[in-house]
Design a protein around this ligand. Structure first.
Ligand code: ADP
Length: 492
């Protein structure tokens, strides 16, 4: 799988190195060539300059053209022995060869074409023939003491330079590909070594399925990028594992909740079907049992459906603007009916002018769940109170009771699905809620859909208090279309 990446990395690495080596080689090669040619030209220029000086000096010193030229021949001979043995030098006077020296690395001066035009500076040219290539320096000399023009031509073979550059080319031709080959092999090895942890991670990740989500990737010892990647994946696996655990738990709890009423209804039906000529009264009672279990089933299924739709983001809010106090008051009235049955006093203090934008139906369900729980878990003669007030840019609703409270170890789990602190009592006495442990989970999801927060403020033997915080609507124009009630706090 990673072969492509390894090859691509190696190619990139080798490509970059090839470019660097090529630029470097061309630079070194041309710098070396230029410097060698420059040195040859300097040598030739010096030779022509010394010869020109000799021409001037000797003709002046010996007071005549012939004597001077004879001495120049001697000087050239000395130059051949000492300072400039390599270049061949020839001195021309028009078409007459005045003096020459052979040189160890030049063509005989007499064989070279000469010019008679006067030029101040030395000019250079290259001659190539079967013997090789030669560099030629030509200088025109004006000798004022005898009013004569001379031309000095110095030449030297450029073959040593060409040979040096040729061997340099050969070295580079071997060195550059060899370097590239070694670099490519090294690059491939390094790419392979650095991608190995990724390969291991892939292999482990491929083995992880819903059955072994507890398995984790090795993060290695160093906290480098790959270690961080492995840690990130491990956190993802941990979240997946938790999600799977919750889903399995939900399925197990849901099956359990559905199985119980189904078994009761089935048993009631079977028992009555077995008795021939069962009397009408017993049949009626059996039907009542079946009906109550079916109601319970319907309630559990509806609650589960509501939670699943909220989880999947399929729950659309029917958003309207309304007075929160009105909605709460309706729920309080319903709770009062339940309270009357259980001899529990339900009171409220509500800020009635609280405008709100949200799903009225869902909020009604939320307050009913909280009030129903409060009444349900409060013993005879107890009190339940609901307070609505504004707190900054939020509305705070507190539902408190003087009930049995929730044991401290159970408190962290009360918002979990299907959680019941006192299972036997909940099932025995389902009241208005499902009694399946879904009420607070639904309440929490309703509050979260409205970007609010639901908390258990405190709970103990003297009672519990739940608080709901809902953000106030931001737009002032969104006032409810219902007629405005009198402002202030209403006590019920
Ligand atoms: P249920 O349908 O069983 O009431 P909930 O999700 O509404 O399920 O509540 C979960 C559990 O939290 C309940 O079983 C109960 O033990 C506990 N509980 C909730 N509200 C109260 C309360 N006001 N007082 C005491 N216990 C409560």
């Amino acid at each position: 799988m990673f072969r492509g990446v390894r090859v691509r990395l190696t190619l990139w690495y080798t490509g970059v190195l090839a470019t660097v080596l090529l630029v470097f080689s061309i630079g070194v090669y041309s710098a070396l060539g230029t410097s060698m040619r420059q040195r040859l030209d300097d040598n030739l220029r010096s030779a022509t300059q010394v010869t020109s000086l000799a021409l001037n000096h000797e003709t002046e010193e010996h007071g005549g053209r012939e004597a001077g030229e004879a001495n120049v021949r001697l000087v050239l001979n000395t130059m051949h022995q000492t300072s400039f043995p390599r270049p061949a030098i020839a001195v021309w006077d028009g078409s007459r060869l005045v003096a020459e020296k052979p040189g160890t690395a030049g063509l005989p001066g007499a064989t070279l074409a000469h010019k008679t035009d006067i030029r101040a500076s030395t000019s250079f040219s290259t001659l190539r023939n079967s013997a090789g290539s030669y560099r030629i320096a030509t200088a025109s000399v004006w000798v004022p003491s005898i009013s004569a023009h001379y031309q000095v031509i110095a030449n030297e073979s450029a073959e040593p330079i060409e040979a040096g550059l040729a061997s340099m080319r050969e070295i580079l031709m071997i060195f550059v590909p060899l370097c590239l080959l070694l670099a490519a092999a090294g690059g491939y090895f390094l790419a392979r070594k650095s991608l190995k942890p990724v390969l291991l991670m892939t292999q482990t990740a491929e083995q992880i399925s819903s059955h072994n989500l507890e398995q984790r990737l090795s993060t290695g010892t160093s906290r480098d990028e790959l270690g961080l990647l492995a840690e990130t994946f491990n956190r993802l696996f941990a979240r997946l594992q938790e999600a799977f655990r919750q889903q399995r738990q939900f399925m197990a709890d849901a099956s359990h909740e559905l199985r119980t009423p189904l078994s009761v209804a089935l048993t009631a039906t079977q028992v009555n079907l077995q008795v021939r000529n069962q009397n009408a009264r017993e049949l009626y009672e059996a039907l009542e049992v079946v009906q109550s279990q079916l109601f319970r089933l319907r309630r559990v299924v509806e609650d589960m459906f509501m939670l699943v739709r909220t989880d999947n983001g399929m729950r659309d809010l029917t958003v309207t603007s309304f007075y929160l106090g009105e909605v709460i008051l309706d729920s309080v009235r319903a709770a009062k009916v339940l309270g009357d049955v259980r001899n529990v006093r339900v009171t409220s203090s509500i800020m009635r002018e609280a405008c709100f934008i949200g799903d009225e139906g869902l909020l009604r369900q939320l307050f009913l769940i909280l009030l129903d729980n409060a009444v349900k878990y409060t013993p005879h003669g107890g009190n339940v109170d609901l307070a609505l007030r504004a707190a900054g840019d939020e509305y705070e609703i507190q539902v408190s009771d003087t009930g049995c409270g929730i044991a401290a170890p159970d408190q962290p789990f009360i918002f979990d699905r299907f959680f019941r602190a006192d299972k036997s009592r909940s099932r025995r006495d389902p009241g208005a809620g499902s009694g399946a442990g879904l009420g607070l989970a639904i309440a929490k999801s309703i509050v979260e859909l409205h970007k609010g927060e639901l908390k258990l403020e405190h709970s103990g033997p003297s009672g519990s208090m739940f608080s709901v915080r809902l953000p106030c609507p931001a737009i002032e124009a969104e006032t409810p279309s219902v007629s405005s009630p009198a402002s202030g706090v209403m006590q019920h």
